[in-house]
Design a protein around this ligand. Structure first.
Ligand code: ZN
Ligand code: ZN
Length: 400
């Protein structure tokens, strides 16, 4: 699904803003080895913790307080929805509540678990109060004002806080071979469900019925859920990039946009296809070809070392040359992984360079009010040689 870019600003004077070091992909092979998956997971997490500590060093911090559930999972394996992780130079502690005692011990192996009643932030603040010379990194964009007040009060004046957004998110943007394997599996399931759902598109079927089929078929294929609620939008509603499915019946001679994604073993996929009921007028075919060419242009420039903004410019340039630039109202793509929208963002003017191991969507589209919309979206791994496409559903224009 298309993402909206929001600039995040950390504006508290008492904070020190740190810098995040560059990360590199370890270049491991695609196959998980024959060692048990538990051991594999523990080794992987140990490597991630090492990189977090390097990033903390560079930011002049000696602890990280992590509250964002996908980051907690990434660094501990814990999947519960109540958990805060505290990473110090030589220890890691997971703070959770009594509903998760057994789960935390099972999932967060090798990590100390503290079970608390009441506010976890108050418990962590209290724990930090008893420590010396703590410079704790926190992400302002992940903390509510109420949470910050509780934490600050419990920790007292002895703790120095380092505001740093995106420290773990930056690490997560570069996927290792096992993560790419999982996204590929999610992309395969998403692609299969897409192909099956396209076979069900016909006049008289409602958007909601198709959305229900998508959710059901994903689960039947082993997905733990959808990456997001599927977008099924027909006719003039397809001009809304983030339309929610409705009880409206699909009509004859309409564009239908289907945008869906599966979650498999915690990792998301995201793909979009656009079809037409009946024979499409020539202008609609022209628009479709333009979007397809825009996507191919983005795919052709995607490789490690290229600026994310250059990928957006490649897609946008094609649509602009065809007079459709003003109808492309969102960015060209976004990272996918444990979350459906992650770094890096492929948006206008972005200077960040792509790295080997980034996994991104390529999803140009045109949206014409009162008529309809066309979007084509695939998932791609960034390699030194170019893009490796993970989604397999056919891209040619289907007139059903
Ligand atoms: Zn999508
Ligand atoms: Zn997307």
């Amino acid at each position: 699904m298309p993402a909206v870019i929001v600039d995040q600003i950390a504006g508290n004077e008492c904070f020190v803003i740190g810098r995040i070091p560059h990360t590199i992909w370890d270049g491991a092979t695609r196959e998980e080895t024959s060692v048990s998956s538990l051991l594999f997971m523990e080794t992987m997490i140990a490597n991630r913790l090492k990189r977090v500590r390097q990033a903390l060093d560079a930011a002049a911090a000696n602890a990280l307080l992590e509250t964002h559930p996908p980051n907690v999972f990434y660094l501990s394996g814990f999947t519960g929805d109540s958990g805060v992780l505290l990473i110090e130079s030589s220890s890691v502690t997971l703070f959770t509540d009594s509903r998760f005692t057994i789960q935390a011990r099972e999932e967060a192996r090798g990590i100390r678990v503290q079970v608390h009643r009441g506010s976890l932030l108050a418990a962590i603040g209290d724990y930090l109060r008893r420590k010396r010379r703590i410079r704790a990194a926190i992400a302002p964009s992940r903390l509510s004002l109420a949470g910050w007040n509780v934490l600050k009060k419990a920790a007292g004046k002895g703790v120095r806080w380092v505001a740093i957004d995106g420290l773990v998110d930056q690490l997560r943007a570069v996927k290792d071979a096992s993560e790419i394997g999982r996204i590929q599996e999610a992309a395969r399931v998403g692609s299969e469900v897409m192909e099956e759902t396209i076979c069900l598109v016909r006049p008289g079927v409602t958007e909601l019925e198709l959305a229900a089929e998508i959710a059901y078929r994903m689960r039947r294929k082993g997905a733990s859920g959808e990456s997001f609620e599927a977008i099924v939008a027909a006719g003039p509603r397809s001009a809304l990039p983030h339309a929610c499915p409705t009880a409206r019946r699909i009509g004859k001679n309409e564009l239908v946009v289907l945008d869906l994604g599966a979650i498999l073993r915690h990792y998301c996929s995201d793909l979009t296809r656009t079809v037409h009921t009946g024979r499409a007028p020539s202008r609609v075919r022209r628009w479709y070809q333009a979007v397809l060419e825009a996507q191919a242009a983005a795919r052709d420039v995607l490789r490690a070392g290229v600026a994310t903004g250059a990928v957006d410019a490649a897609a946008r340039g094609v649509l602009q040359r065809k007079g459709l630039g003003r109808y492309f109202v969102h960015s060209t793509g976004h990272g996918i992984g444990l979350e459906i929208h992650e770094d890096p963002r492929l948006a206008r003017g972005q200077e960040r360079l792509l790295e080997t191991g980034n996994v991104v969507t390529l999803e140009p589209g045109v949206y014409i009010e009162g008529v309809g919309g066309i979007r084509i979206e695939d998932d791609a791994v960034v390699t030194p040689r170019g893009a490796e496409i993970l989604t397999t559903a056919p891209r040619e224009f289907l007139e059903l």
